[in-house]
Write a protein that binds this ligand. Structure first.
Ligand code: HGY
Ligand code: MN
Ligand code: MN
Length: 423
């Protein structure tokens, strides 16, 4: 798609894109679960991913380091650039469980490719360009996402260090085991006198919109807000063969009735997504009535008021159904992230760059959360979404095309060059 007068102009972008895809394949092999891609915060697989990527950063003149929050960072300071000002381009290196190979990793590798392209083109850069592979965007291990980007943005709440994973390990201990010093997390943010000039993130769209529209790329006008909660129902349990059906206090029935309501509310409210993605049953054996059931809830909407009202409605429905079924219920609010708009001037630059590549089109609202949603609170931030063939993500079938990745590298490089020329 890199539309140029001659194919020769497209070749450098295609070569960079091929390297990006090859590197994503190598990172995919860095997994905590052989046979599928799972790479969580501060895990052995993350150590291996850092070991794989550090030489790539080194070769690009972007001195690699791992910061106190486990983020992999490489800063390229061009001759004559003011190192106190930094444009950051990146995404996350962690994954969900049984993930695809492009969610996160592609954006980090595209960031590195842009640094390489800027050097190949001998672009004069007035500021440093830093590539960041954030340590935890998905929140799989500790249930709270964006640990790495909150540290880089300076918005990390110390209480997060006390969060425990399924084995009872705290965030602080996980960082120490990973070789990081949690006490130094404040130093992940820009030092006094230093400035973040912008944050840019390339990311797969993770949905069907671009493929349906026949578009390779899109900017993002806003990232939808998201709420994550955990619901726990408790009942009496008992023997499946001796407890009469009438009068049972079965938490699995209460939870299952509620899950259907989650879908009903999600269908009724335009633009809302409401998802039960995880369910656990205790003791989870066929001849026992459930004693305890836990379900997750993920609610998203571009309008925070709508999201909050829908979340409250689903809590009230859960409580009412628990009373009807004679079981106890507890609700934990794990995470609330407000919707946030992307930077209009940067979107204009990226839109112009996409148009120059023959890839025009309106911005999309991102239902998926991103580290950009954290960075946008502290610096001008923009995203570039890349077509997801099949619209699949958080799934091994995640895909991208070489041509679209080449277009993304070209668009980001062009937009950065425009910004540098105007700086
Ligand atoms: O859940 C999300 O939106 C992102 O993939 N972490
Ligand atoms: Mn994801
Ligand atoms: Mn992602």
């Amino acid at each position: 798609m890199v539309k140029r007068d001659t194919d020769a102009d497209a070749r450098p972008w295609q070569q960079l894109a091929q390297t990006v895809l090859d590197r994503c394949d190598l990172l995919a092999a860095c997994t905590d679960e052989p046979g599928r891609i799972t790479r969580v915060f501060c895990s052995p697989a993350m150590t291996r991913a850092h070991a794989a990527a550090q030489p790539w950063l080194e070769q690009a003149g972007a001195a690699p380091r791992v910061d106190a929050a486990g983020n992999l960072r490489g800063s390229y300071v061009a001759p004559g650039a003011d190192a106190t000002k930094t444009l950051v381009i990146g995404s996350h290196l962690d994954s969900v469980i049984d993930a695809g190979r492009y969610d996160g990793a592609l954006g980090v590798m595209i960031g590195l490719a842009v640094v390489e392209a800027l050097q190949q083109r001998k672009t004069a850069l007035p500021w440093a360009v830093e590539v960041i592979g954030f340590s935890d965007e998905e929140g799989v291990r500790f249930g709270t996402p964006f640990l790495g980007s909150h540290a880089a943005a300076g918005t990390f709440e110390e209480s997060l260090l006390l969060r425990r994973d399924a084995r009872g390990i705290t965030v602080a201990d996980a960082l120490r085991e990973f070789g990081c010093d949690p006490a130094a997390i404040p130093q992940c943010a820009p030092a006094p006198g230093c400035e973040l000039v912008a944050y840019l993130e390339a990311h797969i769209e993770q949905g069907p919109a671009l493929e349906l529209a026949g578009r390779p790329l899109a900017t993002v006008d806003a990232i939808a807000g998201q709420s994550r909660l955990a619901f726990t129902w408790r009942g009496e349990g008992g023997h499946a063969g001796t407890v009469p059906m009438r009068g049972r206090r079965d938490p699995l029935i209460a939870a299952s009735r509620w899950a259907l309501e989650v879908r009903r509310v999600g269908l009724e409210i335009a633009g809302l997504t409401a998802t039960v993605g995880r369910a656990t049953v205790d003791p989870n054996v066929p001849n026992c009535i459930a004693r305890r059931v836990e379900m997750s809830l993920d609610v998203r909407h571009a309008d925070d008021m709508v999201r909050s009202a829908a979340t409250n409605q689903l809590v009230e429905i859960a409580e009412a159904m628990a009373r009807e079924e004679g079981v106890a219920i507890a609700v934990e609010h794990h995470h609330d992230h407000a919707a946030i708009a992307m930077d209009a001037p940067w979107n204009a630059r990226l839109t112009a760059a996409c148009e120059g590549l023959g890839a025009p089109g309106a911005a999309l609202t991102s239902g998926a959360g991103h580290d950009a949603g954290v960075m946008a609170r502290v610096t001008p931030t923009a995203m570039l979404l890349i077509r997801s063939p099949g619209g699949v993500s958080h799934h091994p079938d995640e895909a991208v095309t070489l041509t679209d990745v080449a277009a993304a590298i070209a668009a980001l490089t062009t937009a950065i060059e425009d910004f540098a020329a105007a700086s």
